[in-house]
Design a protein around this ligand. Structure first.
Ligand code: GUN
Length: 288
């Protein structure tokens, strides 16, 4: 039987509507500052989408652009200004950063109370301790979609494919917090297909196009595809298309529910960023 598609675009739209309503009801104007260093085309698209989405729900947004050869000091000075700007409730420095800049030093320079990415060591630490704090947007969006498909998570076996600080590690923490039994697999994992076949919930976040094949999926599993990979479109020579980390057509035949690419996790990341920014403006994040 074909899997149910988890419509991330629709879930994200509902979340954005709730955020817009709350902004009106609470009479706040949340402010989101997005920082882009260099001219990576994909990052430019993401940054534009984030700014536009913020304004659509009634927030203020600013995009600060620095050249690709900007120094670490320039970026630190910019962040220091945003940290003390009372109109700014959320600061997002788009990653990856150019090689001359130490990304960890930049992440650590953002005020943890404005760290809407949830990447600061304070927020990462709070997540691992089970304390309230900003949660990274992509894993939080994945959790919402998983709960859409599978309300009762306790005792389920979840496998996270990928161990990045942005997705894999926080995803592991959130699944653990939801009482799942969690495994994190990665490039050194032995017999990855066999490990995947044991998972009731499979989250793929490795950045390899259509890497997870249909026969790696446990029948009836929930599959969350975090990958956004641009590949040549063989059906239309000269054109490209977006695919996930999962071979979608094959996985459809085995999974109970699966997120598409595009229209799955991607829109949820932005909606969760807006939610974090609203919490930052309301000063409620530490009491989540
Ligand atoms: N680059 C890829 N994903 C992200 C994200 O969630 N936040 C930031 N700041 N950069 C990214």
């Amino acid at each position: 039987m074909a899997a149910r598609t988890i419509d991330g675009a629709a879930v994200a739209k509902r979340l954005r509507e709730k955020i817009a309503e709350k902004i009106v009801a609470r009479r706040v104007v949340p402010g989101l500052a997005v920082v882009l260093v260099g001219d990576d085309p994909a990052s430019q698209v993401y940054v534009r989408n984030k700014g536009r989405a913020a304004e659509e729900v009634g927030m203020k947004s600013w995009t600060h652009r620095l050249p690709a050869d900007a120094t670490q000091k320039q970026l630190l000075d910019l962040i220091a200004g945003l940290n003390i700007d009372p109109q700014v409730h959320g600061i997002l420095v788009q990653l990856p950063l150019p090689k001359q800049i130490d990304a960890q030093a930049i992440i650590a320079a953002v005020d943890p109370a404005k760290d809407v990415d949830g990447f600061h060591p304070v927020n990462a630490g709070r997540l691992s301790l089970g304390l309230p704090g900003f949660v990274p947007c992509t894993p939080r969006g994945c959790m919402i979609l998983i709960r859409e498909a599978l309300p009762d998570l306790a005792g389920r076996k979840a496998l996270v494919l990928g161990r990045s600080n942005i997705v894999g590690k926080p995803m592991m923490q959130l699944l653990l917090r939801a009482d799942c039994t969690v495994m994190v697999a990665h490039s050194k994992t032995r017999d990855l297909p066999a490990e995947c076949r044991t998972a009731d919930i499979l989250v793929a976040a490795i950045g390899k196009p259509e890497f997870v094949r249909g026969d790696w999926i446990k029948p009836g599993a929930v599959v969350i595809d975090v990958g956004i990979n641009r590949i040549d479109n063989l059906a239309q020579p000269g054109k490209s298309k977006l695919v996930g980390d999962v071979a979608y057509g094959e996985a459809m035949e085995r999974a109970a529910a699966i997120t598409p690419v595009p229209g799955g996790v991607g829109p949820m990341t932005i909606a969760c960023l807006l939610e974090n920014t609203l919490w930052g403006a309301l000063g409620e994040v530490m009491g989540l």
